[in-house]
Design a protein around this ligand. Sequence first.
Ligand code: ADP
Ligand code: MG
Length: 236
Amino acid sequence: RETQFIKELETRIQEYDPSLHVKDQLFDDLPISPNTLRGLKEAAFLKMTDIQKKSIPISLKNNDILASAKTGSGKTLAFLIPVLEKLYREKWTEFDGLGALIISPTRELAMQIYEVLVKIGKYHSFSAGLVIGGKDVKFELERMSRINILVGTPGRILQHMDQAVGLNVLNLQMLVLDEADRCLDMGFQKTLDAIVSNLPPSRQTLLFSATISQSISNLARLSLADYKIVGDDNEQ
Ligand code: ADP
Ligand code: MG
């Protein structure tokens, strides 16, 4: 029955034409799982913000995106919902390993993302992990192989990849680069390039940034494939 539901969901996603849904304001209007909807409702997220409305339907269709929207516009849910939904549709389990990797420039931002993920992902059975500086790597390694969604800072994630034990990215379905402009400002270009070069090319990538610059476009060219541009400066 779940398989049938997922099939119907996939059809609804493919048929979702934003021009026919201009009046849609609610998360309830989206072709997403009851699990995510319930998590959103309990956290009192009912109405989509502009960037959520513009980007989520595109991300659900498995497109790579380069999304820009100013700070405070709700970018976190704009990528967390597609992450949860992708793994839900793939019927991801703990035996499938790492399905999604979310990279954020600072410990504080990574922690915030992790907290929102745990909250809205409450009715899914995925395991989530947080890797930021300051914690014992050995302790993290024990659990690393069972984590489905990993949130972390660039240096810490690369460190785990270089260790080659525990963090297996071969099955990765989704990469999210959050606050990409800040990542570059903080000097993480090379670290991001190294992380991306380790990932399977078949993955979906969502790149979020408050601003778009030449260096962001360069990063997009390196890390995205056939991407759609959505956001503030690209009203459609
Ligand atoms: P950004 O990453 O774009 O700076 P955030 O994702 O951190 O923005 O969201 C900013 C604030 O808006 C947070 O407090 C978040 O809980 C709130 N928020 C995000 N989306 C919604 C929504 N759809 N409805 C109500 N509040 C929201
Ligand atoms: Mg943010």
